[in-house]
Design a protein around this ligand. Structure first.
Ligand SMILES: [Zn+2]
Length: 422
């Protein structure tokens, strides 16, 4: 299974390249499925490490497989049951689709050949307990363990090579329990829920199974589909589901467990969420702001005395630009009082921050500064506005004040930013 996965991934990579060249991935995938020109195929193999992501499936857990939009993982539970399971196998083979099967120990014991067929076809095989009791949520842990062990023992016993058994387990009926999950996780077994079922265990028509599968997939855009290969209605619905997946541009992903020879596919933590927060979600970006500010501050060179072009005798201490960082950190705190950023009406800063052109604003600034140059009152006003950033330049000359205005962020922009983040 693992070896096939590697080979398949290599072929998929080649197919992907061809897809870019021809802008026709269906044709490329058909080439990957000899004798079946219209096949949906399997677009890629995803290698997962159960230790890193022990619970998956948004029906019950926070995380799910790191799928891209329009990627689907097919899973089949409760087999093998020769009559229906063999038909499911044939349908998947005709489409060159690789899926994941969760085997019941008793079924493996009764139909070991069915397990071997799955392995030979390159599917991933996990387990689903020994007798499928729907009481995992309340049974004693030792009984749950016996159920888990029975499924593993009989499924691996049916295999020619027991190492082909994946450390994947789906709790019967999804009757989850913390103790059972912890037991599985402690043994390096990944707990699989799903992202959506198609209710194919209920007494509904195959058309309804098909509709539910597609509707629920469309609602989430990607994910793990839970089906049952032992159900005749699933056998009937599967070709239509696959046809529709192809028509709607979905791609099949094959999932295999990581091994010493095959490391997990590199992913980021956020990819394991079905719908990661977008760039426009403020709360997702919120915690990163203070770190970002301090990182930037650490890389900024502290200004030297020469930069100030002034006499050091009047400077008690030249501070680095740490106050900028402090000002920005403050912006991540609860919104300050409205008057904190109040600007006196008619001040130069108001003019600079309005829609006047910069040239016009500079002219006004120079004209306004000239009469106050020797009094200090106007300078004091400008200095108040610049306090967080230019506290070290307590006595700026008119020239330096103009420079500061052209380079320093505009005061009202800071206020606007704070309002947006609040
Ligand atoms: Zn089941």
């Amino acid at each position: 299974m693992i070896g096939n996965g590697v080979a398949f991934r290599t072929r998929s990579w080649i197919v992907l390249c061809l897809g870019f060249l021809t802008v026709s991935s269906p044709a490329a995938l058909a080439a990957d499925c000899p004798g079946h020109p219209g096949a949906l195929g399997t677009s890629r193999t995803l290698v997962v490490d159960p230790h890193e992501h022990p619970r998956i499936g948004t029906m019950q857990y926070r995380e799910t497989l790191p799928l891209k939009d329009h990627e689907v993982v097919l899973t089949f539970d409760d087999g093998p049951l020769p009559k229906n399971s063999n038909q499911v196998l044939q349908i998947l083979a005709d489409e060159c689709i690789k899926a994941t099967f969760f085997i019941i120990g008793e079924q493996a014991k009764a139909n070991p050949e069915g397990v071997r067929k799955l392995v030979a076809a390159g599917h991933t095989v996990g387990t689903h307990s020994m007798t499928h009791p729907l009481t995992f949520n309340k049974m004693p842990l030792d009984k749950a363990e016996a159920q888990i062990n029975g499924g593993i023992e009989w499924t691996s016993a049916a295999m020619t090579d027991p190492s082909k058994l994946a450390p994947f387990f789906r709790i019967p009926g999804l009757m989850r329990a913390e103790g059972v999950e912890n037991l599985l996780i402690s043994r390096g077994i990944q707990v699989w829920s799903a992202d959506f079922p198609a209710d194919d265990w209920r007494h509904i028509s195959s058309d309804r199974v098909y509709q539910l599968a597609i509707q629920r997939l469309e609602a989430k855009g990607k994910g793990i589909l839970l089906l049952h290969d032992i159900q005749a209605r699933t056998v009937a619905a599967l070709p239509k589901i696959i046809r529709d997946l192809k028509a709607r541009g979905y791609r099949i992903v094959h999932v295999v467990p990581a091994t010493a020879d095959q490391p997990a596919t590199p992913t980021t933590a956020v990819e394991w969420l079905l719908h990661p927060p977008t760039e426009t979600t403020p709360i997702a970006r919120w915690p990163s702001v203070p770190n970002f500010v301090f990182t930037q501050t650490a890389t900024l060179a502290a200004p030297g005395l020469a930069d100030l072009n002034t006499q050091t005798a009047h400077q008690p201490q030249v501070l680095p630009r740490k106050t900028m960082a402090q000002a920005d950190v403050a912006a991540t705190l609860p919104a300050p009082g409205r008057d904190l950023f109040a600007i006196p009406e008619g001040s130069v800063e108001v003019l600079l921050s309005t829609t006047l052109s910069r040239r016009a604003a500079n002219r006004l600034a120079m004209a306004t500064e000239a009469p106050h140059a020797g009094k200090g009152k106007g300078k004091g006003k400008a200095a108040r506005m610049q306090v967080p950033r230019t506290a070290h330049a307590a006595h700026p000359t008119p020239k330096r004040a103009a420079q500061a205005k052209s380079t320093a962020p505009r005061p009202t922009r800071v206020a606007t930013g704070v309002k947006k983040r609040a």
